[in-house]
Design a protein around this ligand. Structure first.
Ligand code: PMT
Length: 400
């Protein structure tokens, strides 16, 4: 997928710059042509010679070549590229990109670049969480740039949190996903439910769950990158979507999710039900905040919500696929098989809270796929994006 693709790799002044060497190696191995552009600060962290050797091209850093005074044309470079990747991207470079501060070769190239731009931030957790950085990252997204979110883990400061540049393998996977020439899903309409649902108790309280939406959003991204027209029906989450192939519908309650999903299902080829939907909701919602009584406990009567998967299972036509998830804490395979049958699914993705790094909120997941014949395929712990690839690959085999 990356064969003969022309990629500008922008490297900035972060300790994660050492990973850029692996990145260049991986890209070259995949057959890409790589032009490295470094900021002056990046050269403090990794030698240009390392990168020019690996990329088989002189590294560009200044507007003029020291040797003969020739001009490095950022405009030509911007037009040459099939993609630009800035990895690692420091808070400073992200700020400059977001605000058009063109004071080095990397930023001028970025501003001239007509190709899709991928940005892999790397910084300390508090810097990444700072409102200034958040705003700049959002700005880049609003320009249509693709943000490859940093991973959580131990940082150079020895603090633990979100800010570690994503692994080179993952970054390459993101580029490959984008360039996936096969676009096996082009012309397919896919509904994905994601996130939690909130069931209101009163104006300030609700029944909810820990779903972050990460698994469902990863599925939406992968399906859209492979050419599908995606309708993402999501409960309340703090995630963003920027792929033009994704139409996002925000809902709050299970009831809203049910109606929005049912509305679009007749036109869909597939529904992937990844949302953690509340099975019950309060029988009534108080109009005013419920006050604490001086004594005695409180009982909250609950009524059953519609089961979206089960309802779609009844509506499903021969040419439609229905894929469900099962989040289990015990007797996982038995419970998942039961759901597969009861909801008339084509296969079910089991994730168990018994596995560390799987389920709610993690950037990773560990799944088993169970099909209608009862065959169980186990997968190792992977990033949710890679898990999404495995699920989509399985789905494509059913189309075939
Ligand atoms: O969002 P993340 O933090 O990334 O976490 C991902 C996840 C753990 C939420 C996801 O991987 C997952 O397992 N989603 C399904 C969770 C769940 O509610 O499972 P369940 O076993 O209760 O439901 C079985 C299936 O029926 C699911 O496909 C669910 O979407 C569907 N369902 C359930 C209840 C209901 N009223 N309507 C439904 O459609």
């Amino acid at each position: 997928m990356l064969k003969d693709k022309k990629i500008i790799l922008g490297i900035t002044g972060s300790i994660a710059a050492y990973k850029a060497a692996y990145l260049v190696r991986l890209l070259i191995k995949k057959g890409a042509e790589v032009q490295v552009v470094m900021t002056p600060a990046a050269k403090e962290f990794i030698a240009p010679l390392t990168l020019s050797t690996l990329s088989r091209k002189p590294v560009i850093s200044e507007f003029f070549s020291d040797r003969d005074g020739s001009w490095n044309s950022h405009v030509e470079l911007g037009l040459w590229a099939d993609a630009m990747l800035v990895a690692p991207a420091t808070a400073s470079t992200i700020g400059k990109m977001a605000n058009g501060i063109a004071d080095n070769m990397l930023i001028t190239t970025y501003l001239s670049c007509k190709a899709p731009v991928f940005v892999a931030p790397a910084m300390d957790l508090d810097m990444y969480a700072h409102p200034a950085t958040r705003q700049n990252v959002e700005r880049l997204r609003s320009f249509g740039n693709h943000i490859i979110e940093p991973a959580e883990g131990e940082l150079a400061s020895q603090l633990v949190g979100k800010g570690r540049m994503e692994d080179p393998e993952q970054i390459v996977l993101a580029l490959e996903g984008f360039f996936s020439s096969e676009k096996e899903l082009s012309g397919r309409k896919i509904i994905i439910t994601a996130g939690p649902t909130y069931e209101k108790i009163d104006p300030v309280r609700f029944i909810g769950n820990y779903s972050s939406g990460k698994m469902g959003f990863a599925l939406a991204e992968v399906c859209a990158e492979r050419g599908a027209e995606v309708t993402l029906v999501t409960g309340p989450v703090a995630l963003h979507t920027n792929h033009p192939g994704i139409r996002r519908i925000d809902v709050e309650s299970a009831d809203e999710m049910y109606w929005e999903t049912m509305k679009v299902f007749p036109e869909a080829d597939v529904a992937i039900l990844c949302a953690a939907v509340a099975d019950y909701r309060p029988e009534s919602q108080a109009i005013e905040k419920i006050k604490r009584e001086n004594n005695g406990d409180m009982l909250l009567p609950l009524v059953r919500n519609m089961d979206i998967a089960e309802a779609l299972g009844k509506e499903k036509q021969e040419n439609q696929l229905l894929i469900g998830f099962a989040l289990e804490t015990n007797d996982a395979v038995e419970h998942a098989k039961d759901k597969l049958k009861r909801k008339n699914l084509d296969f079910i993705v089991l994730n168990s809270l018994e596995n560390k790094g799987a389920g709610f909120q993690y950037d990773t997941n560990k799944i088993s796929i169970i099909d209608r014949l009862g065959e169980v395929a186990d997968f190792p712990l992977k990033s949710k994006r890679e898990v999404a690839f495995d699920i989509v690959n399985k789905m494509i085999t059913l189309f075939k």
